[in-house]
Design a protein around this ligand. Structure first.
Ligand code: ADP
Length: 454
């Protein structure tokens, strides 16, 4: 059983893992780029080591540098956080081969779920509802592709098996566009993901994004921790998440949750994970699994009282989950706003030095952030500077607390999306809940914009 954890990440998630290690009495080792030497995770970790320059390819994405650092510091395990190498099966395998514990599922499970064609096949076999689509990857035969798309019914979406980050997919409205779309997506997929395999799915026009959080150990236990609704998105990036999902019957979520937990056992899953679904006309359809902790995990922690990162680390240490499914009793409602260092109207990144940083507080308020006055937002990495989470006994109370907290949050030196979130928390569609994934884009196209100065 390991007692030291190297964190192959940065920002708020590195800090979140450092805190979990401290709470568990484990030694935390932060690795960082030259740009991040003054960050909170580096300051608070028991040990820290610089592994390369600011460019992520030579630091946070360098498997060689990370493994060399693990050897040097005698780290026994690696927590990958989210993003960077967290879903890279080659990295997980290299960590396993170096004799360390990868805090996540076994590398072969990451590989299975990282390929969207094999993931979908595994989920179908496990009885999880999937989007109607081709059986496996397209063979390359044009007549066959046309026949598949016709039987699914237009519009369809052509997707890369190795796709990610919202890339490698193309919506096709009619048969005349199909073959061009396949050729373009195949070329893009080969170039960007090194895997030209494609598949076709029904394109759902007004879905909500609803996901199920799971946790599994190595003792045959898998549990689900309720659903999150992450439909408030811009360019496939989530801005606001909440739990539970408004207007979906708890029995429906329970049925889906049980299917996900069973699927975990069938694929040999271990650790924290998320099954992502599109929800339309009362039906759930699996799109992909994230085999890591997610940005939005705190909303689930707030409603269930379960420390997901702690459980994730403990099951990697070989312990059984500290609770059973019947102990999971959600309370109230939680909402998270992702606060980015961006102009709240143009969404242009706004790196630089933070000169004033006053965070909100009060009942039900949680702030996950690595920022403080005097800290610098680097232009090299993603622009997330804080996650503001509000919990209340009802959705209304959580929203009221969120509005109060957003009004208190003061940041100067950089632009942030706080003003956008203040406006969103007053927007009628958002306050009502249950909107689809295009809601924000529709609002923005109709001229929705924060009134206050950025
Ligand atoms: P990625 O791994 O790139 O995030 P996903 O498969 O999760 O890819 O899809 C990303 C987003 O693309 C979804 O959240 C949804 O907005 C859209 N999308 C994917 N598949 C479909 C589909 N079949 N119908 C409608 N929208 C889809």
């Amino acid at each position: 059983m390991f007692d030291s954890v190297m964190i192959a990440n940065r920002g708020e998630i590195a800090l979140r893992v450092v805190r979990a290690c401290r709470t568990l009495g484990l030694t935390s080792i932060a690795i960082h780029s030259e740009a991040d030497s003054g960050t909170r995770a580096v300051a608070l970790a028991d040990r820290a080591l610089c592994i390369g320059p600011a460019a992520a390819a030579k630091s946070y994405l360098s498997i060689d540098h990370i493994l060399a650092a693990a050897k040097l510091t005698q780290a026994q395990s690696i927590h990958p956080g989210y993003g960077f190498l967290s879903e890279n099966a080659d990295f997980a395998e290299a960590v396993e081969k170096a004799g360390l514990t990868f805090i996540g599922p076994p590398s072969h499970v990451i590989r299975l779920m990282g390929d969207k064609v094999s993931a979908k096949q595994a989920m179908q076999a496990a009885g999880v509802p999937c989007v109607v689509g081709s059986e496996g990857a397209l063979s390359g035969d044009a007549d066959e592709a046309r026949a598949i798309a016709r039987s699914i019914g237009y519009p369809v979406i052509v997707k890369a098996a190795g796709g990610g980050g919202g890339r490698g997919m193309r919506v096709v409205q009619s048969e005349s566009e199909l073959m061009d779309a396949i050729a373009l997506t195949r070329e893009e997929a080969a170039r960007a993901f090194g895997n030209p395999a494609l598949y076709i799915e029904k394109f759902l026009q007004h879905p909500r994004h609803v996901e199920i959080q799971v946790l599994a150990d190595s003792h045959g236990n898998a549990v689900w921790l309720g659903a999150r609704d992450c439909s408030l998105q811009r360019r496939n990036q989530k801005l606001v998440e909440e739990s539970p999902a408004v207007g979906i019957a708890p029995e429906e979520i329970q049925k889906l949750g049980e299917q996900c937990a069973r699927a975990c056992l069938e694929i040999g899953y271990r650790g924290a994970g998320t099954f992502e679904f599109l929800y339309e006309d009362g039906h759930f359809a699996f799109i992909e699994m994230n085999t890591r902790v997610q940005v939005e995990h705190p909303v689930t922690e707030m409603v269930t009282g379960i420390d997901i990162v702690r459980e994730q680390i403990e099951v990697a240490r070989g312990k059984p989950l500290s609770f059973t499914q019947s102990d999971v009793v959600p309370h109230g409602h939680a909402i998270e706003c992702r606060i980015n260092a961006e102009d709240p109207r143009s969404f242009t990144p706004s790196p630089g030095e933070v000169t004033r940083w006053i965070v909100p507080g009060g009942p039900g308020i949680r702030v996950e952030s690595h920022m403080h006055a005097g800290a610098t937002v680097s232009p090299h990495y993603d622009s997330l500077v804080a996650k503001l989470i509000a919990h209340g006994s009802t959705r209304q109370e959580a929203m009221a607390r969120m509005r109060t907290a957003l009004a208190e949050f003061e940041v100067q030196g950089i632009h942030t999306t706080i003003a956008l979130h203040r406006a969103l928390m007053e927007e009628p569609g958002v306050t009502e809940g249950g909107f689809d994934i295009h809601h924000l884009e529709r609002c923005l196209a109709a001229g929705f914009t924060p009134k206050e100065q950025a």
